[in-house]
Design a protein around this ligand. Sequence first.
Ligand SMILES: C[S@@+](CC[C@H](N)C(=O)[O-])C[C@H]1O[C@@H](n2cnc3c(N)ncnc32)[C@H](O)[C@@H]1O
Length: 384
Amino acid sequence: MAKFRFIDLFAGVGGFHIAMSKLGGECVFASEIDPYAIETYRQNFGIDSECDIRKVHEADIPAHDVLCAGFPCQAFSKAGKQEGFDDTRGTLFFEIKRILKYHKPKYIVLENVRNLASHDGGRTWRVIAENLRGLGYIITEKPLIVSPHQVGVPQLRERVYIMGVHSAQTQTQSLHFEVPHPHRNQTDGRQILNGSADPRYRITEYEEFVLNAWDEFIKGVNRKNLGFPIWATEFGKDYDTSLFPAWKANFIQKNRELYFQNRKHIDKWLRKYNGLSDFVPTHTKFEWQAAENIGSVWEGIIQFRPSGIRVKRPTEFPALVAMVHIPIIGWEKRRLTPREVANLQSFPNHYIINSNQQQAYKQFGNSVNVRVVEYLTRQLFEQA
Ligand SMILES: C[S@@+](CC[C@H](N)C(=O)[O-])C[C@H]1O[C@@H](n2cnc3c(N)ncnc32)[C@H](O)[C@@H]1O
């Protein structure tokens, strides 16, 4: 598409902004309430995004061709429909709806969490789809679910995208998007690394100690069969599990079998590490999600999670989320830097990252993947 004007709602740090600019767009309005995100947006785009969208009158928003929004997922009122009220009222989707109703931009590009597709038994998606169709927008029949790893970026992050075109401004009757098959293991986590010797990112001595212990553990067992969480506290126990939920009893049973099959190795390991008495309790739990693709913890991507330590193959990083569990690059014994996290979201090298490191991690954890937005929007413009 030739030059166009877009608005960036729930703008965050501008994932949509970057994608739209690459496609020839000019941002004419942005809205955000988080002070740190507002600061980052201003530094990068010279635009003041500070405003609560609930307080902005639609007539005060400039005319635009594309409305972009990565809006928070909220449940709709169940009472609404039966009583004939607008059941989107009170949700942030309602803000999008009233702006669309007034401005009728040709295109919409919306993003939300994967859960939107199944949220509230599918009702959330239905209400959104019905409302957008009611305003005259053609959207896909089903929610479009795409992850960056499908477009060559080593991050597994499924998100719902709602791409739409206004029926009054197109000949197109329906929209179709080509998305590569979601095969994993075709990307390489190394693609997004810049390297860093900064001690702030290095894992702690304790973390190295615990990971070395688990490395010894997996080297002595058949890694192919480790498709369940390993709970070291269950080794050698035989108490009754019949009152536990079935899934839990099943995991415990599997851990007991693992112990009996590898008793010599595990007993020696437990002795060496003093029954894991120096481990934080959650670190006695371990998930090996790399089968036989790698032979060492240090070859994988590691996360210290509340449910235990997880090791995955190095082909893609787990979804960036709240950023409390920043992934560790095993072979470099360090966490991802904010710049690498920006790379995972396909932000360009010249992007100015917030100087507050915790905020920077959070901002990219909340942002949209630029390459996915660009990939889908290009298809939208080409067909409608
Ligand atoms: C999922 S994030 C969107 C991130 C964005 N797509 C990006 O690439 O960075 C949702 C954002 O909506 C903002 N937000 C929530 N309520 C808002 C409101 N009433 N007005 C404006 N922004 C709001 C939040 O502060 C948050 O940054």
